[in-house]
Design a protein around this ligand. Structure first.
Ligand SMILES: Nc1ncnc2c1ncn2[C@@H]1O[C@H](COP(=O)(O)OP(=O)(O)O)[C@@H](O)[C@H]1O
Ligand SMILES: [Mg+2]
Length: 304
């Protein structure tokens, strides 16, 4: 077994608007200030991480041509205006990629195989995947290639709703042998408003439920954080002394500390999973499950 340098972390939550993209972009920025090299992979056809890091959508520059075998991963890694941050952007066609990968039938190993070459190069300290809200083939394939998942949760009621979708997919990736090491490594609470009782209550509930995997750092709600993307910048660069920026820098320190001891041993040669790709399925019902009224911030059916 070899120790590999790069940690591959997916920022996920099948809810939209919970701070996934904001976290990916600002975590990348804060890590870059710590002289860490980061590759962001934008998996969301909305391409918010791409634009948030100052890039335009460009046809042909995304995971899409990799998934279809039309390009090599090295060809689609783009520099950003920010030192130490590179990106595989997104494009609208990523939605079409779902169909294409399904047709090719190697959908669980395709991202991992492509990424293996990036990991072998040892260029990056971290690969951060910005996941779309829906759990489709693209995201499953990406989770098959990840070492860890961090879930972002907005400090509001129903924060934990739907987390079972992620815990289920982790279990399936374990049970099928596709990615037995994948771990729900952490939970980051975002858009925290310290003036409200509700935000504190939600944080306490999540901490009671999930214990120490919840990051100490709380990301406060701040207008500057939401303004920064329209300038194509993470708030960490746009307004470095803003409290949201400071929080993301504190989070990056916590993150780097945790991952410095995170075990990532890989076999010298990665072998394709000995199981058929369709052994990991996202039930259609879960992809489109409407929010359930009974599930509250203290949803107890969700076991970490
Ligand atoms: N800490 C914050 N303070 C204020 N607005 C925020 C904060 N974090 C995210 N937002 C805003 O909330 C919206 C959703 O955030 P985003 O990161 O895009 O979520 P997701 O990627 O989970 O859909 C965006 O408009 C974003 O600018
Ligand atoms: Mg997003």
């Amino acid at each position: 077994m070899n120790e590999r340098k790069t940690r591959v972390i997916a920022i996920a939550n099948q809810k939209g608007g919970v701070g996934k993209t904001t976290t990916v972009v600002n975590l990348a920025a804060a890590l870059s200030l710590m002289k860490k090299t980061v590759l962001v992979i934008d998996l969301d056809p909305q391409a918010n991480a791409t634009s948030g890091l100052g890039l335009q959508r460009q046809p042909g520059y995304s995971l899409y041509p990799i998934l279809t075998g039309a390009a090599d991963i090295a060809d689609v890694i783009q520099p950003t205006p920010f030192e130490n941050i590179n990106i595989i952007p997104s494009e609208l066609d990523l939605a079409g990629a779902e169909i294409e990968i399904a047709r090719r039938g190697n959908h669980l190993s395709v991202v991992r195989e492509a990424l293996d070459r990036v990991l072998a190069s040892g260029v990056f300290d971290y690969v951060l995947m910005d996941c779309p809200p829906s759990l489709g083939i693209l995201m499953t394939s990406s989770l098959a290639a990840a070492d860890a998942i961090i879930v972002t949760m907005q400090c509001e009621y129903y924060a934990m709703e739907g987390l079972s979708v992620i815990t289920n997919i982790i279990k399936q990736l374990h049970d099928s042998g596709v990615n037995p090491g994948l771990k729900l490594e952490g939970i980051l609470m975002t858009m925290y408003d310290g003036r409200t009782r509700l935000a504190m209550d939600v944080v306490n509930e999540v901490r009671n439920h999930f214990g120490e995997i919840v990051y100490e750092t709380l990301i406060p709600r701040s207008v500057r954080v939401s303004e920064a993307p329209s300038f194509g910048q993470p708030v960490v660069f746009y307004d470095p002394s803003n409290r949201g920026a400071l929080a993301y820098k504190a989070f990056a320190k916590e993150f780097a500390k945790r991952f410095s001891t995170f075990p990532v041993s890989v076999p010298a040669k990665t072998e394709a999973p000995a199981v058929p790709d369709d052994s990991v399925r996202v039930p259609d019902a879960e992809l489109s499950a409407p929010p359930s009224a009974e599930v509250s911030a203290v949803e107890t059916s969700t076991n970490p």
